[in-house]
Ligand binder design. Structure first.
Ligand code: FAD
Length: 448
């Protein structure tokens, strides 16, 4: 069943997507002497970080035939990680020029991340590998290889054969929407954070924001400046939760919504009732690979993509099909770089994978451990506390150094600040010593 490497060394590889993951993959694959074509349906590199004021016509993005807007970035977005730990390892995300156009803050705006990715692409001459405005519409095995069908912006379809395919299509475009009992007869408006850009449409409204992780927390604070009241509903809060949040006088935190009623009211599990105008679903996204045809070998069930060995290789299709960037709650760019080095080295034959059976055993044990810990399937790719172990494991496969102590400490401290001081964590911190260590490290390695 598995298309296999017909030879080692230099393969013809298709990369799907020119976001931060696809760029890392393209660089590492070329470094390993593979020939690379990056398919990108947008007009520029950067993926999620290409901000657009445009949104999808369906505010909940439920219509499968809607015109897709890729980015979910809102106008006020600043990074949720400090820049020195967020970048690729050998191309640190430090302020790079001082002509006034860049954002030197430690937690910079989305435009600074895009500028950083453009710097990265320029430095390593990555754009020459990218075919812009070319959407991959089908990927399927063809003998021992892969057939890719793409569609260019002028509507022309093209079939091509590749030795290997690396999927880097991002996973913050296909919204997950919370189920609220009674919502069908509730008369208010609903929108998913994917289609949120600026607070202006919420002027003088009573808004309920579902979800209190990074986007929920940011968007609710963004809206408080113009709205009458903002109420955050979070399923991770105990049912009695009801508190006024610091930093504004019209923001409340509740437990989850109990039900919505046709008189416009929203009832929370804590018993509070508000007459709301709009619900904003900050409830995350779904992994979505509409182009992938593996005869149902790879499935997405409750946001678990599988089976995948170490979140990257489907055992029966490895190594010629791989996925970069699925795990979340981690040092994303750093992980993209390591996973890409691993894929590139396995494809060239420099590093070998275990047998298909052994990989499957590992996947089965991983799922059993997840279930034993009563983690829902949708957390399969959440790394969080175990991210350093995961990243170090991949680093060992490719002979790269382990995660630096300062980087690991920064990210853990960053999560802590995000949870405990969500209104101020981007401008107030207590880890200047780690910034110093990071810059000393960059200088020592002559990276800056
Ligand atoms: P994307 O950036 O989404 O790129 C995927 C690319 O694939 C896109 O260019 C798309 O056009 C292309 N594509 C998709 N399908 C096809 C197809 N069929 N054919 C051709 N091309 C295709 N991470 C951080 O490290 N720090 C942060 O502060 C941070 N903030 C975030 C804030 C928000 C609101 C969200 C949603 C995510 C945030 N993240 C953050 C995570 C972020 O997603 C990653 O950092 C990273 O940018 C994802 O890169 P990617 O390449 O995997 O996906």
């Amino acid at each position: 069943m598995a298309p296999a490497c017909s030879r080692i060394n230099s393969l013809h590889v298709a990369v799907i997507g020119a976001g931060a993951a696809g760029l890392a993959a393209a660089r590492e694959l070329r470094r390993e002497s593979h020939s690379v074509v990056v398919f990108e349906r947008g007009t520029q590199i950067g993926g999620l970080w290409v901000y657009t004021p445009q949104t999808e016509p369906d505010p909940l993005s439920l219509d499968p035939n809607r015109t897709i807007v890729h980015s979910s970035v809102y106008d006020s977005l600043r990074t949720n990680l400090p820049r020195e730990c967020m970048g690729y390892r050998d191309f640190p995300f430090v302020p790079r020029n001082d002509d006034g156009s860049r954002d030197p803050r430690r937690y910079p705006s989305h435009s600074e991340v895009l500028a950083y990715l453009q710097d990265f692409a320029r430095e390593f001459k990555l754009e020459e590998m990218v075919r812009f405005e070319t959407e991959v519409v089908c990927v399927e095995p063809e003998g021992q290889k892969w057939k890719i069908r793409s569609k260019s912006s002028d509507g022309i379809f093209k079939d091509e054969i590749f030795d290997s395919v690396v999927v880097c299509n991002g996973h913050y475009t296909e919204p997950r929407v919370a189920h609220v009992p009674g919502i069908d007869s509730w008369p208010g408006k609903q929108i998913h954070s994917h289609n949120y850009r600026v607070p202006d449409p919420f002027k003088d409204q009573v808004v309920v924001v579902i979800g209190n992780f990074a986007s929920g927390s940011d968007i609710s604070r963004d809206i408080t400046g113009v709205a009458k009241e903002v109420h955050i509903a979070s399923r991770s809060n105990p049912s009695e939760t009801y508190e006024k949040l610091p930093g504004s006088n019209n923001l409340w935190l509740h437990s989850m919504i109990e039900s919505a009623r046709k008189d416009g009211s929203i009832i929370f599990k804590n018993g509070k009732v508000v007459q709301a105008d709009t619900i904003v679903h900050c409830t995350g996204y779904k992994y979505h690979f509409p182009f992938l045809n593996t005869n149902s070998y790879i499935t997405v069930e409750d946001n678990c993509v599988g089976p995948l060995y170490k979140h990257v290789f489907p055992p029966a299709l490895a190594p010629t099909l791989s996925f970069i960037g699925l795990p979340w709650m981690t040092l994303q760019f750093f992980m993209f770089e390591l996973q890409s080095k691993w894929v590139a080295a396995v494809l060239s034959g420099r590093v070998t994978l275990p047998s298909e059976d052994k990989m499957m055993e590992d996947v089965t044990a991983f799922y059993a451990n997840r279930d034993a810990n009563k983690l829902p399937k949708r957390y399969t790719h959440k790394l969080g506390e175990c991210q350093v172990d995961y990243l170090n494991w991949i680093a060992e496969q490719v002979g790269a150094p382990h995660v630096e102590n300062w980087r690991g400490e920064e990210v853990h401290g960053g999560y802590r600040r995000l949870a405990t001081q969500s209104d101020t964590f981007r401008d107030k911190w207590d880890d200047d010593h780690l910034i110093l260590e990071a810059y000393e490290d960059f200088l020592r390695q002559k990276l800056i």
